[in-house]
Design a binder for this molecule. Sequence first.
Ligand SMILES: [Zn+2]
Length: 142
Amino acid sequence: MQETQISPAEWEVMRVVWTTHPITSKEIGEILEEKMEWKLATTKTLIGRLVKKGMLRTESRGRQFDYYPAVSEVNSVKEAADSLLSQVCTKKIGSTLKMMIEDSVLSKDDLDDLEKLIQQKKETAPDEVKCGCTPGQCTCKH
Ligand SMILES: [Zn+2]
């Protein structure tokens, strides 16, 4: 697992490449010009950063370059979610997830899946979650 932070602008590029690949920088640029009103140069800068970070790989085809994702969408979304939750006291993860669910539009199927997962988790859940925070960064140990 790599610890790569992707900026919101870089996510826009990744989403295009996850959806369609191989793809050229010009094609990525056209999609993001439409959505973000970015100039091609902006998109090319972002693509260059993502190649450097190892998120995109490139193959030359004649005079042009094709881009491919070097990481999967599922793993990247999971890493971003893990990284967000690692910034919260373990005792506050429950209320953070509750807030995220409250703010999300979810289908009946999504909710059925969540319900099943919650039932499963209940079977092995501890009575209390222990706080592993550094003293001074949360009030749990007061
Ligand atoms: Zn804590």
